[in-house]
Write a protein that binds this ligand. Structure first.
Ligand SMILES: [Zn+2]
Length: 474
């Protein structure tokens, strides 16, 4: 009880300080003036100095600031004049810089971004848990394990994808996914497996094509599961859950027996919270980025919804377990998502609300040879004009003549997806500038003990540095 009353007192002070500092800090973003910038040290001096036992670090992959704003429009209740807040809005504490250290690029990919998050080192694009000289760097997840905490990685992409990989493996290229899966099994901290809970897609890297790594995990006491029911029924404290061969389907398209991101997070928290010493959990809304790469606004809103639910649940967990810190941010922005394009001052989210499936889903169906009219009608929940269907048919025909291993296949696949998505991008008035990443600063959201460390405009490496700091002081 003493702990609780202390926390309440401190957190009220923390909130007051936080809001007054943010009021001061906000004009600084616009004016660039130095005088109002509060350093992290100053903030920490006012704020709570008690360390969190548990850390939930959340990455909205590709979730640039325009994604958070677009999602607010998307969630807005049209019957009220004001625009309602999203679950993120009350927890905005600042922004962060994302640039990598790369000899060619100055816009980051998810590997360099995740290595900055996990280790505090700027590195080159493609690097997984290694620095600019390809030297292994320690990650916060590994440090947590060294301290006797439990650890988890949860994602909607392949678990071997760059963001989770950079927490528990060390390799010169993100493309070496077989090797990343092997390292997940083989890497040990004090004779123990590095990660206790691994949930997401990417089953193909754990099966017979890659040395039956899933069976090895099973032999070592992990529950190995492949759908929501199995995940719910498993009761061990270690679990490997692989719910798709590659990336998990987007939430709007997923079958009911697929766990959502929030379900996987909840399963992870159930297990990790058993450890009295606490835990480190990384949760990634990975497919925000995947959908944005393909300029699929329906897919983006679907995945923002999944990530918001997980964030909201994480905040609820932290309110119930006061020894928990939640941080959510993005590694970069993707696609150059623009809220209103052309000359009209309108972004029409209601067009996206009418969609039944993502652009990705329709493209997959049509590429597999399914009926074009039926697929479009199922995805759009209405018939599209004959001319539009004709344009889609033309691109589908071109694609059908290219083999999947041909180097022209991906470009033609995107042309087909563009033709399919033209109607929703036009009706919603959504703009896109690239199929790649963009370099703007991203938002930081934080709540709980030591969240003050994340205030202001920080660097992406500060996420790891702050967490190491917390662990060093424990
Ligand atoms: Zn990306």
């Amino acid at each position: 009880m003493i702990f609780k009353s202390q926390f309440v007192k401190v957190s009220i002070v923390g909130t007051l300080v936080a809001s007054s500092l943010l009021n001061l800090a906000q004009p600084t973003f616009a004016s660039g003036s130095e005088q109002n910038t509060a350093s992290n040290d100053e903030i920490a001096a006012y704020g709570n100095t008690e360390n969190p036992k548990n850390i939930i670090f959340m990455v909205g992959d590709g979730m640039g600031p325009s994604f958070n704003t677009a999602f607010r429009y998307f969630k807005d209740n049209p019957d009220t004049q004001e625009m309602e807040k999203t679950a993120f809005d009350d927890y905005l504490v600042g922004t962060q810089r994302t640039n990598p250290h790369d000899s060619k690029d100055n816009v980051t990919d998810s590997a360099a971004g995740a290595t900055a998050f996990s280790s505090g080192h700027k590195t080159y694009n493609g690097a997984i848990g290694v620095d600019e000289n390809k030297k292994t760097v320690e990650t916060v997840l590994e440090r947590a394990k060294k301290k006797g905490k439990s650890t988890g990685l949860v994602t909607t992409s392949e678990v071997t994808d760059a963001t989770p990989a950079a927490y528990a493996s060390h390799i010169d290229s993100r493309d070496k996914k077989d090797e990343i899966a092997k390292q997940f099994f083989e890497n040990r901290i004090d004779d123990q497996h590095t990660v206790d809970v691994i949930l997401g897609g990417g089953a193909k890297y754990f099966g017979s094509a890659n040395d039956n790594i899933d069976k090895k995990f099973k032999q070592e006491g992990y529950d190995v599961v492949s759908n929501k029911d199995e995940l719910e029924q498993a009761d061990g404290d270690k679990v490997l859950g692989l719910f798709a061969d590659k990336n998990m389907p987007l939430q709007i398209d997923a079958p009911d027996d697929d766990p959502r991101l929030a379900d996987m997070q909840s399963a992870a928290l159930d297990r990790l919270s058993q450890n009295d010493k606490g835990f480190f959990l990384m949760v990634e809304g990975a497919s925000i980025d995947k959908a944005a790469h393909a300029n699929d606004v329906t897919g983006v809103m679907s995945e923002m919804g999944g990530f918001e639910k997980a964030f909201d649940d994480a905040i609820a967990y932290a309110k119930e377990h006061e020894d928990t810190l939640v941080v959510a941010t993005a590694d970069h922005s993707t696609g150059g998502l623009t809220i209103a394009k052309g000359k009209d001052y309108i972004w029409n989210a209601s067009a996206i609300h009418n969609m039944k499936h993502s652009g990705q889903w329709m493209t997959e169906q049509i590429a597999e040879g399914k009926d074009i009219e039926e697929t479009i009608q199922a995805g759009y929940n209405k018939y599209l004009p004959t001319q539009t269907v004709k344009a889609i048919r033309k691109e589908a025909k071109k694609l059908s003549k290219i083999k999947e291993d041909d180097e022209r296949y991906d470009a033609q696949y995107q042309k087909l997806q563009d033709a399919i998505q033209k109607t929703i991008n036009d009706e919603s008035n959504t703009g896109w500038t690239t199929y790649g990443h963009t370099g703007e600063d991203v938002n930081t959201y934080a709540f709980g003990l030591q969240s003050e460390k994340f205030y202001g405009n920080i660097d992406n490496t500060d996420n790891a540095k702050n967490i190491f700091d917390i662990y060093n002081q424990e």
